[in-house]
Write a protein that binds this ligand. Structure first.
Ligand SMILES: N[C@@H](CCC(=O)N[C@@H](CS)C(=O)NCC(=O)O)C(=O)O
Length: 293
């Protein structure tokens, strides 16, 4: 039998420090979670500390709520439960997951991770005909599209607001949100071999955007939907570019360096991150499959 427990963890990875506090973890109820020689008991409050390597992240990942796959029993959809369907590997889904965590909705919005490679048939049939993640089941309807979804979560649920005050910031927010796809496309264009001008220009755009408001280190000064929308992508790109191409995107970009530093203090984000090693391995497999490595 599995049980969900509160986890408080403070660890570092080869890339940056990680802080975790979440109810989205499962432990065998009769046993403990082992990290090296350290035993992490569900009742001990602080579970992880001092271990600064990626194996800790891997253990945390493996302790998350398990993914549903084609063999999983169908969920009783529209039974009044609010559910956020995600995949741990999906940056679009990560946006919605971060928004839900930041607003402190862990008990109000149940996380339902799906194995995208072996999706349950009922997901498309009963939940979301688009058959993608993320999707939110709320008030007898299903909402998709990550950018719409983070706005929906912000507007329709309690918790700290992710929407900026004032027309100027709101206009900048819309402009930056509409650039997310072009940004990803430009950076991904570098994945065909060599770091290129398009990717460099995209990161310069981000650096410039981060200089606009002086009342904080985030895109709109204070933490907002814009940071939520970009973090899953910039975070993953940073890891891949550093590991595979030896490119440090924060070099000569002090605003971006500070943004990372501050993002890594936000648990709502850090608890959704993946083990950098897994990200790099997955990327290499993808490239290999395309015959480019
Ligand atoms: N534009 C969508 C993209 C979502 C998306 O492409 N999700 C991927 C996983 S990262 C997916 O569900 N893919 C499954 C499929 O396309 O069949 C959003 O922003 O939510």
């Amino acid at each position: 039998m599995m049980m969900s427990v509160g986890v408080k963890a403070s660890v570092c990875s080869p890339y940056s420090s990680l802080s975790i506090s979440s109810r989205d973890f499962s432990f065998p109820s009769s046993s403990s979670l082992y990290v090296g020689r350290k035993i992490l008991r569900p009742s001990s409050g602080v579970y992880l500390n001092r271990r600064c390597n990626s194996s800790v992240l891997a253990v945390i990942e493996s302790s998350r709520v398990p993914e549903l796959d084609s063999s999983s029993e169908p969920i009783q959809v529209f039974d009044g439960t609010t559910r956020l369907y995600i995949a741990y590997t999906c940056p679009f889904a990560q946006r919605a997951w971060i928004a839900r965590n930041y607003k402190g909705l862990q008990d109000k919005i149940e996380l339902v991770p799906i194995d995208l490679k072996n999706r349950p048939a009922w997901y498309k049939e009963k939940v979301y005909p688009a058959n993608k993640v993320p999707a939110l089941e709320h008030n007898n309807r299903v909402i998709g599209e990550s950018l719409d979804l983070i706005k929906y979560i912000d507007t329709n649920f309690e918790g700290p607001s992710l929407t900026p005050d004032g027309v100027e910031k709101q206009a900048v927010a819309e402009e930056l949100l509409s650039y997310t796809d072009s940004f990803s496309k430009a950076v991904r264009s570098t994945f065909n071999g060599a770091y290129n001008d398009a990717a460099d220009g995209a990161f310069d755009y981000i650096e410039q955007a981060l200089s606009k408001f002086k009342d904080g280190p985030f895109f709109l000064g204070q933490f907002s939907l814009v940071d939520v929308a970009y973090a899953p992508f910039i975070g993953t790109f940073q890891i891949i570019l550093k590991d595979v191409m030896n490119v440090d995107i924060t070099s000569s970009r002090p605003n971006l360096a500070l943004w990372f530093q501050e993002m890594n203090k936000i648990e709502a984000y850090t608890e959704t991150r993946r083990d950098p090693q897994v990200i790099v391995e997955r990327y290499k497999k993808l490239i290999q499959a395309e015959g480019r490595l």
